[in-house]
Design a protein. Structure first.
Length: 224
């Protein structure tokens, strides 16, 4: 992807992902050789050390403050004109970065990679059903048409990150980063991606995550 007119940053936040950081970064480099790869790390294992060794820019956030503050720091510190987010757990296909960036080049401000165009075998049934309900609620409560409010793989135009005021405190920040900008009129598109089995231990907290998802959807409810 060397002919892109935009500088690209791929950002990931990491909490003890030493088992996957190397392979995820390798997959990203196969697609975008020279882009900035920014890691905001709150690990007690060797994730940060490995990430630095293999050429990532690493910002440490210690002690761990949670998903939202870490993602907020990553988005705000990325230098690219386009910022792509991914998890560092081998679940997202790095090849999709190319498609995401192309859509930003075509004029979209936010491109979201849905894992839920059809049921991904790698996603536990309970998570799948919860995600289906959250996506339906985004339509009903916020008027935002989506199949996946929680995907960790998205491309954001840097100007959106700079101008859209989001609240990093609490869980489920990706929900707000989707329904908020769409409600405010930013240009948004969804594409479909595959979703793979996770490497390493999940940090997902389903009950608290559900509470914060509903809270953020309500915050961005349709007023008309
Ligand atoms: N820096 C930082 N990273 C975090 C924190 N919590 C989670 N992460 C990272 O955020 C990403 C998403 O966390 P996951 O555990 O994959 O959560 P998930 O994708 O909802 O759950 P799975 O479907 O089980 O993967 C991973 O790369 C984690 O390492 C945190 O407090 N600080
Ligand atoms: Mg994950």
């Amino acid at each position: 992807m060397s002919d892109s007119e935009f500088a690209l940053s791929v950002v990931m936040i990491t909490l003890n992902e030493e088992g996957s950081i190397r392979s995820v970064v390798e997959q990203i480099r196969q697609v975008v050789e020279k882009s900035e790869i920014l890691i905001v790390d709150s690990s007690s294992d060797r994730t940060a050390e490995i990430a630095s060794q293999i050429g990532c820019r690493v910002i440490r956030q210690l002690p761990a403050q949670g998903y939202g503050p870490a993602l907020g720091m990553a988005l705000k510190n990325a230098t690219g004109d386009v910022v792509v987010t991914m998890d560092c757990d081998n679940t997202y296909p790095a090849q999709a970065i190319t498609r995401l960036v192309k859509e930003i080049e075509a004029g979209y401000d936010l491109v979201s990679a849905s894992r839920l165009i059809s049921r991904p075998p790698a996603m536990p049934l309970s998570n799948y059903l919860a995600n289906l309900i959250f996506a339906k609620l985004a339509g009903i409560v916020c008027g935002v048409k989506t199949t996946d409010v929680h995907t960790g793989m998205r491309a954001y135009r840097k100007s959106l990150i700079e101008s859209f005021a989001f609240d990093v405190n609490g869980m489920a920040l990706p929900v707000e980063l989707l329904v908020g900008p769409v409600s405010e009129g930013y240009k948004y598109k969804e594409i479909g991606i595959e979703y793979f089995e996770r490497t390493g231990q999940s940090k997902l907290r389903p009950l608290a995550g559900t509470y914060w998802t509903l809270r953020r959807l309500w915050k961005w409810r349709r007023r008309r």
